[in-house]
Design a protein around this ligand. Structure first.
Ligand code: NDP
Length: 347
């Protein structure tokens, strides 16, 4: 069973040479009644937050590390969301051949241990929508967009929304949900190609390449002459500061992630807090896991949108387990357009 591991902790920008492909033997037989299953992994998710788990978690480093999940250890397998097929089951809820989604890993096969009732996998029906959709738009990225937009931004029809990393997994869904809801939506991204996708394919009202803007505050002023009501923040740093300066009174900022700060602690410059005070802004962080109870509803709504062509699934798929390190590194260089995932095996 081949798997991708980090060679050592990573405290700055990740490089492909920080990773290695390892191999370990895996018995394909499991005890009946153990509730365990073995999954042959098909698509695995590549997510920015994993970098925070790869940092050095020793006490001297704790101040620099902000993690919401268990640390990743050098040489060890890395758990990740994804879809696969059950190849062995000791769990009565799953049969050999079932397609499932949940936490598997950056590896060819995953042994998923079952609790008494649940082994954190869910069976999926792929009769109508592509399997890869379950990793992206029908997966945790979609739930993040849904929870963050509706629960944290608390939109009203006609309001203005700004979203950063707008052509990425979460951002592309936030913008589309906001358009369907009736908001004026502007996104930013780091290349012309991405900006064109946002405007021409995803129906954003406007989009711009933030790398070509010498002054982010005045760029936002141009796109939002009447101010921003909601900012869905995927990047933090300078963009957050520029957004705060352009927010309307009682605006809401959903802090989904701060990718600009994950690899560069110097970027941790805060916004003008006096503007937060005067404008009575709400700035709220959140995690997708808080919205698990809405996952089934979200999947049903998003599946309908997909079937009716109201929403597009932007996906960026690399092939082969050996491409996981470059796929991951690429997130921090802005290489991906849409949900980044790696296909490890055929269906
Ligand atoms: P994306 O698909 O958006 O991929 C990352 C993108 O971020 C890149 O393509 C790049 O696009 C942009 N980026 C990379 N480095 C920088 C930088 N230094 N400054 C500005 N932009 C940068 O990833 P996701 O949609 O999966 O994640 C987006 C954000 O949401 C992340 O911060 C992530 O950690 C967070 N997240 C939070 C969750 C939660 O539960 N709160 C759940 C899932 C994700 P560009 O061309 O625009 O620069």
């Amino acid at each position: 069973n081949r798997y991708v591991a980090i060679k050592h902790h990573i405290n700055g920008s990740p490089k492909e040479s920080d990773f290695e492909l390892k191999s370990v033997s895996l018995s394909l037989s499991i005890e009946a009644g153990s509730n365990d299953v073995i999954v042959k992994n098909i698509y695995v998710s590549i997510d920015p937050y994993q970098i925070n788990r790869m940092k050095d978690h020793s006490p001297s480093q704790t101040e620099k590390v902000a993690v919401s999940a268990l640390g990743i250890l050098p040489g060890k397998a890395i758990d990740a969301y994804g879809v696969g097929r059950i190849v062995e089951s000791g769990n009565p809820e799953f049969e050999k051949g079932d397609l499932v989604v949940g936490f598997i890993g950056w590896e060819e096969y995953s042994l998923v241990r079952g609790g008494a009732t649940d082994c954190a996998l869910r069976k999926i029906d792929t009769s109508e929508l592509p399997l890869s959709n379950h990793v992206g738009i029908l997966g945790l990225g979609g739930l993040t967009a849904y929870g963050g937009f509706f629960d944290v931004c608390k939109p009203k029809k006609g309001e203005t929304l700004f979203v950063s990393a707008a052509s990425g997994s979460v951002g592309s869904i936030v913008g589309q949900l906001a358009k369907l809801f009736g908001c004026y939506v502007v996104g930013c991204a780091g290349t012309k190609e991405k900006v064109d996708v946002l405007k021409d394919k995803l129906g954003f009202d406007a989009a711009f390449n933030y790398k070509e803007e010498p002054d982010l505050k005045s760029a936002l002023k141009r796109y939002f002459p009447d101010g921003i009501d909601m900012y869905f923040d995927n990047v933090g740093g300078e963009m957050l500061a520029a957004a705060v300066d352009n927010m309307n009174f009682f605006g809401r900022i959903a802090v989904c992630g701060v990718i600009s700060e994950y690899t560069d602690a110097e970027k941790r410059r805060g916004p003008s807090m006096i503007n937060v005070v005067y404008k009575r802004l709400t700035i709220q962080g959140f995690l997708s896991v808080e919205y698990m109870h809405q996952f089934a509803d979200y999947i049903s709504i998003a599946s309908d949108y997909l079937r009716n062509g109201k929403i597009h699934a932007l996906e960026d798929i690399s092939h082969g387990i050996e491409s996981i390190p470059s796929a991951f590194v690429g997130l921090f260089n802005g290489d991906n357009i849409g949900k980044k995932m790696v296909q490890i095996a055929d269906m």
